[in-house]
Ligand binder design. Structure first.
Ligand code: SF4
Length: 259
């Protein structure tokens, strides 16, 4: 590894150990995460996931689809009505704006509310298209590739970033918003293990290695974790300014590892 790498020496070996321990503990319960086989559905599902937990954005998704069975119907609805439906998921006005901008741009690019054109693209082409769309980060793009297109990529969400910092895979200076970080972690994990490891890391971050109250006593990684017994003070949490965009909020949130 070069000096600029966000990975510490021995990261690939440590990632393999983490993969084995998490697989033994969780068995990659992918169905719990509710990701979508349709690429545009998945993109919107990821936008709904910003700054909220799985239960809330899962129910927000169900309400949204019940109200608008087609994305054409959502585009024709008033912003106020859509925001009312998204209210319980948080950031409802920003998410409404982002989803409507995304739908408009998808219609411009594809001529319809569909991202099926991605299926004929290679990973680089698909990532480039997705990250030019409103509200979609590298993580969101790779979620679409993974869950909707079956590609062997490794999305790095805030759970993964936090866990890999705490367990010493990432250097203290690793920065979430740099694409090089996402690429370096992905490259260190063998293709066939990327999907299961991603799912297990998300689940581990939601059940055990929590942002403010990590459950180290029952953690399957505690034997080798340099942060075992970690206590996170409340002042590590930095409230977000209200006026920034949902994309910026998501980027800030994802970069806030709350170590
Ligand atoms: S031992 Fe604690 S800090 Fe380390 S991965 Fe487990 S829960 Fe997280």
């Amino acid at each position: 590894m070069t000096a600029a790498s966000p990975l510490r020496t021995g990261a690939a070996k440590r990632l393999a150990q983490i993969d084995a321990a998490l697989e033994a503990a969780y068995r990659s319960p992918e169905a719990e995460l509710g990701n979508k086989p349709d690429p545009l559905d998945e993109a919107i599902y990821i936008i709904l996931s910003f700054q909220t937990d799985l239960a809330r954005f899962g129910s927000t998704w169900s309400r949204l689809r019940a109200a608008y069975p087609s994305w054409d119907a959502l585009e024709c609805a008033s912003a106020r009505e859509v925001a009312r439906i998204l209210r319980d998921g948080g950031l409802h006005r920003q998410k409404t704006r982002t989803i409507r901008r995304l739908l408009a741009e998808v219609r411009n690019v594809a001529g319809e509310h569909s991202l099926d054109l991605l299926r004929a693209m290679n990973n680089d082409e698909a990532e480039r298209l997705l990250t030019r769309l409103p509200g979609l980060s590298w993580k969101a793009a790779r979620c679409v590739l993974l869950y909707s297109l079956g590609r062997e990529v490794l999305p790095i969400d805030s759970n993964t970033f936090r866990i890999l910092k705490r367990t010493g895979v990432l250097s203290r200076r690793a920065v979430y918003r740099r694409r090089s970080l996402h690429d370096a972690i992905q490259a260190a994990v063998p293709l066939p293990r990327r999907r299961a490891l991603h799912v297990n890391l998300v689940v581990h971050g939601q059940r055990t290695c929590l942002p403010r109250a990590p459950q180290c006593a029952c953690c399957p990684l505690n034997a080798d974790c340099p942060k075992v017994g970690l206590r996170v003070s409340a002042d590590k949490h930095v409230p977000m300014p209200i006026a920034i965009s949902v994309g910026a909020r998501a980027a800030i949130a994802e970069g806030d590892a709350r170590l």
